[in-house]
Design a protein around this ligand. Structure first.
Ligand code: C2E
Ligand code: CA
Ligand code: CA
Length: 562
């Protein structure tokens, strides 16, 4: 065993050395007389035990203990303090300062010294283990293991502290919440392992754009936060947000997988938008949500009106939940005509919600229903009602009409959708090819396996597929080919300008040419006047729909038209 004796008294040292010899065992014993020499010695060599005299000239034993305690590089050795004092307070002081044991000089015997040396080593090892597991737990509690960023817990604590400190300054404190857009898409399509890589690469890139006082934290998943204090104006936070957004313009290259991403950011200002961490979080979240709703990839400061808007939406959602049971839903049917002959060849089912005497338009409640997945239940009601109604329309009709049903992308992700449609067709004895499912391009953009499976299953069931609102979004040629679309509906916003703007006319001409050359049917929706109809006739758009012919009508009115 390698032992260092720190004692200024030569006689005492020799006594200890003799006692060690008597205690047996093979010892190397080094001797220094001062704390400074001890530190030098400990820095050079690794000892098993230090026997430390309490009373030393210049700096005493306690000082060495404290020095070792504060220096993890030096603190590798168990220490027994040896003192002439029998006082308990001295012993306690030494243990507190980091010694593992305390012996009174007059009581030292070979047996006692030997036992002390063995015990302190075991004790020291235990202490070290305990300390390192404490460090690990502390890290786990405060650091995110994937990115190494402070986690939610640490961020919360830091924000609360900033708020406390902030009360004494004139500056602004802003909470920034950041959410990676379409992260789920990355996970679903490339796997979690690429998702993780993206997060790490993202954190690395953002951190390069941040100053030392702008600390990025990971709240969980793809959610991050930064608290910005000491701002002269809240607008300075906007500058930081822009810096972050700009840094994401360049795509990420993850071992050859190129991923484009953006962030939705929400900001709340201390005192202006809330006086507690909780309030600031809630409101920055609302603002972030607004960014997402208005197209993602940007930032929004919280405004009080958003709170009202949010509450209104929650209200609508709650009421909508009961709408089905309370019989508040109705369906209107807008005729779709042969453009040349004006004969009604089909109808489109359009949903209405009669809430407390008011008809709420679908544009207002469908997005809310989609977000809460309520659309799945609502959509089933729509499908069953439409198929039932079609069977009624065609009962005594020599030239049967078709029924167009709007289906939201969220419904496609419902694995029971196909079976549900099948059972309704069977129940009301309706042929699948009389049903046209209207999808918007967003449904095709979500390159989800389940969506593709659902569209193919609808197709093989015999239903027709129509692409709604064409000309507003991506209007991608590949979508038209890939998904075996039957019909393309040219959006009403284009029809509205087709007689006024030469450019729009050219665009509609081009789209129609494209649709026809792929062998698909074209429908012009939103025809409101004679002139628009004339254009559609000239362009040979087969089908037309719009207020010029009919508004969405109740079923009994359709019956009379038939
Ligand atoms: P959409 O599928 O593009 O439906 C056509 C919308 O244009 C309907 O609005 C219709 O009333 C309106 N419209 C028809 N002709 C004209 C016209 O000449 N001029 C103008 N300005 N508008 C016209 P509505 O009924 O308010 O529906 C709005 C949207 O709500 C629909 O757009 C559709 O995306 C959605 N929606 C309606 N019913 C359902 C449904 O049952 N399920 C789903 N998922 N979405 C639905
Ligand atoms: Ca539609
Ligand atoms: Ca449409």
């Amino acid at each position: 065993m390698d032992i260092l004796v720190v004692d200024d008294d030569e006689i005492d040292f020799l006594h200890i050395k003799r006692t060690l010899k008597k205690a047996g065992g093979d010892h190397y014993v080094a001797h220094v007389k001062t704390v400074d020499d001890a530190i030098k010695e400990i820095g050079d060599l690794l000892f098993d035990v230090i026997l430390l005299d309490y009373n030393l000239p210049q700096r005493d034993g306690i000082e060495l203990l404290l020095e070792l305690k504060g220096n993890p590089v030096l603190n590798k050795t168990a220490v027994v303090v040896i003192s002439t004092s029998e006082e308990e307070s001295v012993a306690l002081e030494c243990l507190k300062a980091g010694a593992q044991d305390f012996l009174v000089k007059s009581e030292i015997s070979p047996f006692r010294l030997h036992r002390a040396i063995i015990n302190v080593q075991a004790r020291f090892k235990l202490e070290q283990e305990l300390y390192s597991s404490y460090q690990k737990v502390k890290n786990l509690a405060e650091k995110d293991s994937l990115t190494g960023l402070p986690n939610r817990y640490l961020f919360d604590e830091t924000l609360k502290l900033s708020i406390q400190k902030h009360q004494r300054t004139e500056h602004y404190l802003v909470l920034m919440l950041l959410d990676l857009d379409h992260f789920k898409y990355v996970n679903d399509n490339y796997g979690h392992h690429i998702g993780d890589q993206l997060l790490v690469a993202f954190v690395h890139r953002i951190n390069e754009k941040l100053r030392s006082n702008e600390v990025l934290s990971r709240l969980g998943g793809d959610e991050f936060a930064i608290s910005l204090s000491a701002l002269n104006t809240p607008q300075q936070a906007a500058i930081v947000a822009n810096r972050i957004l700009k840094s994401l313009e360049e795509p990420f290259d993850l071992n050859g997988i190129i991923i484009n991403t953006s962030m939705s950011i929400g900001l709340s200002v201390y005192l202006h938008d809330g006086d507690s961490a909780q309030e600031l979080f809630k409101n920055a979240d609302i603002a972030m949500y607004r960014t997402k709703a208005t197209g993602r990839g940007g930032f929004t400061f919280y405004e009080e009106s958003m709170q009202q808007e949010m509450l209104k939406q929650i209200d609508i959602e709650n009421n909508l939940r009961n709408a089905i049971q309370n019989d508040e839903l109705t369906q209107l049917y807008q005729p779709i005509l042969n453009t040349q002959t004006h004969q009604m060849i089909g109808v489109e089912a359009l949903l209405r919600w009669n809430f407390e005497g008011n008809f709420i338009p679908p544009d207002e409640f469908i997005p809310i229903a989609e977000r809460s997945k309520l659309i799945i239940e609502l959509g089933q009601w729509v499908i069953r009602q439409a198929i039932y109604q079609l069977s009624e329309f065609n009962k005594n009709n020599a030239a049967p009409i078709t029924m167009a049903i709007n289906i939201s992308p969220v419904q496609l992700s419902d694995t029971s959708l196909i079976d549900f449609i099948k059972s309704c067709l069977k129940e009301f004895n309706v042929a699948a090819n009389m049903i046209e499912i209207e999808l918007t391009e967003t449904a095709l953009l979500i390159n989800d396996d389940q969506n593709i499976v659902a569209i193919k299953a609808l197709k093989s069931l015999g239903c027709k597929i129509a692409l709604d609102d064409f000309g507003t979004g991506f209007s991608s040629l590949s979508h038209l080919k890939e998904y075996a679309i039957d019909t393309v509906k040219i959006d009403k916003s284009l029809i509205a300008e087709v007689t006024e703007k030469e450019k729009v006319l050219m665009l509609v001409k081009g789209l129609t040419y494209l649709i026809k050359s792929l062998g698909l049917n074209a429908v012009a929706e939103g025809i409101e006047n004679e002139a628009q109809l004339a254009v559609c006739k000239k362009l040979n758009i087969e089908k037309s729909q719009g207020y010029y012919f009919n508004k969405p009508l109740e079923s009994h009115v359709i019956m009379t038209l038939l």
